[in-house]
Design a protein around this ligand. Structure first.
Ligand code: ACO
Length: 472
């Protein structure tokens, strides 16, 4: 049901939904193969420190926890209720939650507007809205909070911990993308599945995450559609300049639009309208899943680029050419290295190296040359950000190079200049790439992906400039 504007009580109660002190799981099955059982198990195994109350009229105990016949029997306040009973029972259960006075509800159950059962979905939302209880879902995988160590979902595990909050209309994608966070070291603070978003919409989550959540510094969204466009624009504009928002909007093709309707009951809408709205509301757009994570990773780990002058430092000419092409394609075309900086960079390369942009330290570049060249660039007033590329060679140790890049990045932080890294190679560079990300340095396997990430940092820098101008 369309939201009646961004609601204050929802923003307030999202604290109880996303960081609950107590959770009741309704439909906590005795059967280990059922979703309700798995959610209780995940809560216990993720290390959740709050109180857990399984609810099932047919059970006395689930996984060693006392079981209640109804949420109303729980002798304690309940912040979050996770519902995992079949669709025909959900209305009754929500009514009981209203009588109990819980603070928020997440409905895992499918079988509502996405299959044409809008009437029942609307009735459930009406009950909840009457009692000011926000609902997440239905048709969701649940909520994960890596800071609180809370897996209130049937996703197999918590994500790699970090500062990105991921909101997704697709639950299955969430499960897959959590796997990626461990593979690629993309740190998430929260994962919020919103499915049919019958009640809580993107906009209210964006406002909460921007204004009330210190664990999140970047918001990444997989979106199929929204019927609350003006609220989305308002929320993104409220967030502008405070926390970056990256959105991957799906369902722009003819059949994609139909698939969207049967997946989450949303209207995908025209690409032109969404793109114009995103532009107007300072949203950074992503092209695909890699792009969503690549941009969010850079934005969560590095400061924005406050000038167009990006310098590329590489040990491989070909990688430098690819970076140059990508820089032009993604809106940060390279310009010549300032002459005084070029002169200083000569110390860190053989006579046959190149001080032009891209700066080619050559294949014999060692860790100290990388360090020296990066620090010189960082200190130069006409450099706004640096993309460092390393192609693996038999005469270099990627970890030694990584350590020196990390040391140079600490200096870059003092100058508020972003550094993005590209490590090209096989298994030999994988460990260092992941280690660099753990040190807060976004690292990618291709020059184009690294450049696109830097372009996102520049885009966010331009957004900050636009906001400042607007405020003058
Ligand atoms: N209160 C509490 N528990 C109750 C109540 C009640 N009023 N009534 C029944 N129960 C119990 C049942 O007895 C059962 O426990 P038991 O197994 O110990 O007997 C438990 O609740 C679950 O009920 P079931 O009828 O067994 O339902 P089941 O677990 O098979 O299915 C579910 C429920 C998972 C919600 C299902 O209806 C559903 O919607 N599945 C799809 C979920 C989904 O995919 N969501 C979207 C995720 S996103 C993605 O794409 C991955």
């Amino acid at each position: 049901m369309r939201i009646p504007g961004i609601r204050d009580y929802v923003i307030e109660k999202l604290q109880c939904i996303l960081n609950p002190r107590s959770i009741a799981v309704i439909g906590a099955s005795r059967d280990p193969n059922k979703i309700g059982h798995q959610i209780v198990k995940n809560l216990i195994e993720s290390g959740y420190k709050g109180r857990i109350y399984p609810v099932n009229p047919k059970a006395n105990e689930i996984l060693g926890l006392k079981c209640y016949a109804s949420v109303k029997d729980i002798p304690d306040m309940v912040d979050l209720v996770v519902i995992s009973v079949p669709a025909p029972i959900v209305r009754k259960v929500v009514q009981e939650c209203a009588e109990k006075g819980v603070n928020g509800i997440a409905i895992i159950t499918a079988g509502f507007s996405e299959v044409g059962n809008k009437k029942e979905e609307d009735e459930i939302v009406e009950i909840a809205r009457k009692h000011k209880i926000p609902i997440l879902g239905p048709n969701i995988v649940g909520i994960l909070n890596s800071t609180y160590k809370m897996n209130a979902s049937f996703a197999p595990k918590l994500p790699f911990s970090g500062k990105i909050a991921l909101i997704s209309q697709s639950g299955a994608l969430i499960i897959g993308l959590i796997g990626w966070t461990w593979l690629y070291r993309v740190g998430l603070s929260k994962v919020i599945s919103i499915g049919n978003k019958a009640d809580i919409d993107f906009s209210e989550l964006i406002v909460y995450l921007t204004e009330k959540d210190p664990d999140t510094n970047t918001i990444a969204i997989y979106m199929e559609g929204t019927d609350a466009g003006p609220e989305l624009v308002e929320a993104c504009r409220r967030a502008a300049g405070k926390k970056p928002i990256v959105i991957l909007k799906a369902g722009f093709s003819k059949r994609g639009e139909l698939a969207t309707m049967s997946h989450t009951g949303s209207m995908a809408g025209s690409a032109r309208i969404y793109k114009a709205a995103f532009l107007q509301s300072y949203v950074i757009q992503a092209e695909d899943l890699f792009d969503l994570y690549d941009k969010a990773l850079a934005l969560s780990l590095q400061p924005p680029a406050m000038s167009d002058r990006i310098l590329v430092i590489t040990n491989g000419g070909g990688a430098g050419v690819l970076a140059t092409d990508a820089a032009e394609k993604y809106g940060i075309p390279l310009s010549d290295t300032p002459p005084d900086l070029a002169e200083r960079l000569k110390k860190y390369m053989p006579p046959f190296g190149s001080t032009k942009n891209p700066v080619d330290l050559t294949g014999q570049a060692n860790e100290d040359w990388y360090y020296g060249a990066i620090v010189e660039a960082v200190k130069h007033p006409d450099v706004g950000g640096i993309v460092v590329i390393y192609c693996h060679t038999a005469i270099t140790d990627p970890m030694k190079i990584g350590v020196r890049i990390s040391e140079a990045t600490k200096i870059a932080r003092d100058y508020k200049k972003p550094i993005v890294v590209c490590f090209i190679g096989g298994r030999e560079v994988e460990g260092t790439s992941n280690w660099l990300k753990e040190q807060g340095i976004p690292t990618y396997p291709t020059p184009a992906r690294a450049i696109k990430a830097m372009a996102a940092l520049r885009e966010y820098g331009r957004i900050i400039e636009r906001i400042k101008k607007r405020q003058q």
